[in-house]
Design a protein around this ligand. Structure first.
Ligand code: NDP
Length: 590
């Protein structure tokens, strides 16, 4: 930008060059699948190392909920409120919390305002301590929901589902686990969360490293010192630490690592956008102003704002809402609107790049930290301590110019042809996203006639609302393909859980044995999902690769197996209208 004017051509050229550096033919396949061979370091639960012996269980329930994160918890709460308490909740973790159970890395915070992220605040009679709450506090809220609604009695923890098969005669699902359990359920409701399975970069030599290595979602405090919630990792004072990955997780764990390590090398392939965070304690005046129904109103307002709808006030008023209200307010197909959106995006990124120059002392480091892509090509990041961390004398940014690191050796990391000896290597390399569904969930679902969910996924997903699948009766997956997407995941779960409770209650009331979608209803819904394809292609075709755009290759299958892009508000309304209709249109019912 010169004299406040945007040089569109120069920016387009720069964005294109930076994208081309990063596009790879192997796309999503570049990552290393974490399997049993790596499980000790990368999958085992460091927060509950003991797994108490117990007898295998053989039980029958009305609803089996798989996943004890907010999706499972909210569904359980709503089911119970609808009078359905013959339920069980199963989770591989030793407690509720889902993503907040696993992600306890130092610095972990929710990057969505906690007043709209933590669900059921009014029911719990509590408000988080800060605008953006630390992960530990959110985990406490999940446990609080578990306690308040008596869900610990229904929980089967430290247990992993390994099979789910439909029995047409009995109209029941038979679910098996790694602890030898057999659970028969009339309904199954699966809430795997968007990121259940960590991924590692496919880097040569990864298994040869002799130092300590772990993924951010299995932080080893035993090794680093400190404990969940602390920013000081006292056992790293004499250690050289390397971190691979500078996404939303990297941004949060790099500042405490920088404070604690003797030396920290940050290996960067692509810089994140780092917007202003401005976290602060909850204002007593704000607390005093809250009226019954405030949380729902605030959630609705945020989701309408980020969808680009016109609202009287932007209640959350943060970097998310301000940026997305402008960008998504310009989502039409007219050339003028496309041009305006492009300019608005350039301006947003210009201010992000200007902030880096202001904060980071070394000009080369500042230059390397600058992102050159449209805001929504990656998950936007927000932090106020991340950039200053690079002014520390014990922190080195190793920028790889989009290439990623060369290889890993016994002793450390090779990047740009140079070896960096490392004692401890932290993988902040993210999670499988929209990969083969049976791998991500850890089990396949076998519906009527032996039809496998993994086959359905491979050939192109088909569903009604992303919730009902033909030949998979009485089975609901939450947060799945063909449902809406919002960074405010719990907003969607609030509605979906209401919907699940409605369906099961209806089944009870009307004596329904099975419900599943009609073929034509699925076709209609799939067509709706696909209708956003051209918009997605247009917005993402020039994007730098990331999990959001299938590593830079948005295919037809990706669009079909992706999300409904009409916005969470519109999606929630579709479900609410469907319930209000009362005739359960689009479902085959027996
Ligand atoms: P991401 O997938 O966003 O980031 C992975 C990082 O690893 C990227 O920087 C990537 O680089 C880098 N990487 C991958 N392979 C290599 C390689 N070979 N060499 C060097 N670097 C490599 O994962 P995150 O865990 O950061 O975030 C995942 C998601 O989790 C977020 O997008 C967000 O949705 C959620 N999250 C939410 C939070 C919240 O507060 N609500 C907080 C943290 C995470 P490149 O960019 O080049 O691919």
């Amino acid at each position: 930008m010169a004299n406040g004017k945007i040089d569109v051509e120069a920016l387009e050229r720069k964005y294109r060059e930076e994208r081309e550096k990063r596009i790879r033919t192997d796309g999503r396949e570049q990552y290393r699948v974490i399997d049993a061979q790596h499980s000790t370091a990368f999958l085992d639960d460091p927060f509950a190392p003991e797994m108490p012996a117990r007898a295998a269980r053989n039980i029958n329930v009305e609803v089996l909920l798989v996943g004890g994160g907010f999706g499972g918890l909210l569904s359980a709460v709503r089911l119970q409120q609808a009078g359905i308490d013959d339920i069980a909740i199963i989770d591989r973790a030793s407690d509720f919390g889902g993503t907040w159970y696993w992600n306890r890395y130092p610095g972990v915070h929710c990057d969505i305002e906690s007043y709209i992220y933590v669900p059921l605040l009014e029911e719990l009679g509590s408000v988080p301590s800060k605008k953006y709450a630390p992960g530990g506090e959110i985990l406490n809220y999940a446990q609080m929901i578990g306690r308040k609604y008596g869900l610990y009695d229904k929980a089967i923890f430290q247990t992993t589902v390994n099979g789910m098969v439909w029995n047409d005669e009995a109209a029941r699902w038979t679910v098996t686990t790694d602890r030898g359990d057999t659970i028969h359920a009339h309904f199954v409701c699966i809430s795997p969360g968007p990121f259940p399975w960590p991924k590692l970069p496919g880097i040569e030599g990864i298994e040869t490293f002799k130092g300590k290595a772990f993924h951010t979602c299995r932080w080893d405090y035993e090794y680093t010192g400190g404990e969940p919630g602390s920013l000081e990792l006292d056992r790293l004072h004499d250690k050289t630490v390397g971190v691979i990955g500078t996404g939303a997780t990297g941004l949060q764990c790099i500042p405490p690592l920088g404070r604690s390590a003797k030396h920290l090398y940050v290996f960067q392939r692509t810089p994140s956008t780092v917007g202003v965070r401005d976290n602060r304690p909850t204002d007593p005046a704000f607390l005093a102003s809250l009226k019954p129904g405030w949380q729902r109103e605030r959630m609705d307002n945020f989701n309408a704002t980020i969808s680009g709808q016109s609202v009287d006030t932007d209640m959350v008023n943060d970097c998310w809402s301000r940026a997305l209200s402008v960008l998504n307010g310009l989502s039409g197909d007219e050339p003028e609107t496309i041009e305006k959106r492009k300019l608005a995006d350039f301006r947003t990124l210009d201010s992000i790049r200007a902030r880096i120059e202001e904060v980071v002392d070394d000009p080369d480091t500042a230059e390397a930290l600058k992102p050159w892509y449209n805001l929504m090509c990656k998950r936007p990041g927000f932090h106020d301590e991340y950039l200053p961390t690079f002014n520390r004398s014990n922190v080195t940014l190793v920028d790889t110019q989009g290439n990623g690191i060369d290889r890993i050796t016994e002793n450390g990391v090779v990047a740009n042809g140079k070896e960096y000896p490392i004692d401890c290597l932290v993988y902040a390399t993210g999670f499988e996203f929209m990969s083969q569904i049976d791998h991500r969930m850890g089990f396949d679902i076998v519906g009527r006639g032996g039809r496998k969910l993994s086959d359905l996924w491979r050939g192109g997903y088909s569903s009604l609302f992303g919730l009902h699948m033909r030949d998979f009766p009485n089975c609901f997956i939450l947060g799945n393909a063909q449902q809406a997407i919002t960074p405010n995941f719990t907003y969607l779960h609030m509605e979906l859980s209401r919907h699940i409770a409605f369906l099961v209650e209806k089944a009870r009331e009307l004596g329904i044995r099975t419900m599943e979608s009609k073929a034509e209803a699925e076709e209609e819904w799939v067509a709706k999902v696909m209708s956003f394809g051209p918009m997605r292609q247009r917005l993402q075709k020039d994007c730098t690769p990331s999990y959001i755009n299938n590593e830079g290759q948005v295919t037809e299958l990706d669009i079909r197996n992706g999300f409904y892009l009409g916005g969470a508000t519109a999606y929630n309304k579709t479900l609410a209208d469907w319930r209000a209709d009362g005739s359960m249109p689009g479902l085959d019912i027996s």
